[in-house]
Design a protein around this ligand. Structure first.
Ligand SMILES: NC(=O)c1ccc[n+]([C@@H]2O[C@H](COP(=O)([O-])OP(=O)(O)OC[C@H]3O[C@@H](n4cnc5c(N)ncnc54)[C@H](O)[C@@H]3O)[C@@H](O)[C@H]2O)c1
Length: 104
């Protein structure tokens, strides 16, 4: 299973990537680069010695998110409001996922 890390090119996000990688997790980074750049991703790749799956986009853009979920659908699981993992995609249960501070 992979984890979608929104804002993963930022300060907290990039440190999170290193810790997740050290703990053996796989992830996809989704960031609109409004306050960061791909340089940060490149630096983390060097540190963790692994290529990072990066997708540029805004978490408020449902279409862009759906594209990412579709692209990586084999790797994501879905979580319901109670935190229970709910298998199955495509991403048509958006109401269960909190992103960008909004229920979408
Ligand atoms: N050296 C330091 O100690 C240092 C350096 C930087 C930041 N900080 C602190 O860290 C905190 C901020 O860190 P952070 O990681 O939360 O912020 P950040 O701005 O570094 O990271 C947020 C990331 O989210 C992305 N983003 C923003 N809106 C988005 C959207 N709508 N869709 C997709 N991506 C989006 C940005 O491009 C960025 O990469 C602050 O408290 C700051 O003072 C400390």
């Amino acid at each position: 299973m992979k984890i979608l890390i929104t804002g993963g090119a930022g300060y907290i996000g990039s440190h999170t990537l290193i810790e997740l990688s050290n703990a053996g997790y796989k992830f996809v980074v989704f960031d609109n680069l409004s306050n960061s750049s791909k340089k940060s991703i490149k630096r983390v790749e060097k540190i963790i010695k692994t290529p990072i799956f990066f997708e540029e986009g805004d978490v408020r853009d449902k279409k862009a998110l759906n594209k990412v979920f579709k692209k990586y659908k084999k790797w994501f699981a879905e979580c319901n409001k109670n935190g229970k993992i709910k298998a199955g995609f495509p991403f048509n249960h958006g109401r269960y996922v909190w992103l960008g501070g909004k229920e979408i």
